[in-house]
Write a protein of this length. Structure first.
Length: 108
């Protein structure tokens, strides 16, 4: 399994419209990756004094091909939509999940 992490770093005088992001962009992204998206998380950093990023999204896929085969045809649309919710250039990271447990699998 792979994780695509999209982080929006803290920048002075930048803006981020969380309402638009959660209610418009995330559903758009979910529709682009329909059928291959295994999970999604959105984190909003709360520690104003120590945060490096203000928002981080993570998309989970079985493999990188599932991501790229859906992302590349929609890249222009997603990029254009991003300017509706922020002026921050995101940082993209692709990583391989080495351990995946849900709370009910580990008894929490």
């Amino acid at each position: 399994m792979i994780k695509i992490t999209i982080s929006y770093p803290v920048k002075m005088e930048s803006w981020f419209d969380m309402d638009y992001y959660l209610n418009k962009h995330v559903p758009l992204s979910k529709s682009v990756f329909s059928g291959v998206l295994k999970g999604i998380t959105i984190d909003c950093m709360t520690d104003e004094n120590h945060r490096i990023t203000q928002v981080t999204g993570a998309l989970y896929f079985k493999n990188t091909a599932d991501f790229y085969n859906n992302f590349l045809p929609a890249q222009e649309m997603l990029t254009h939509d991003a300017i509706q919710y922020t002026d921050i250039t995101p940082i993209l990271q692709i990583s391989e999940i080495k351990l995946w447990h849900t709370p009910w699998e580990i008894g929490i």
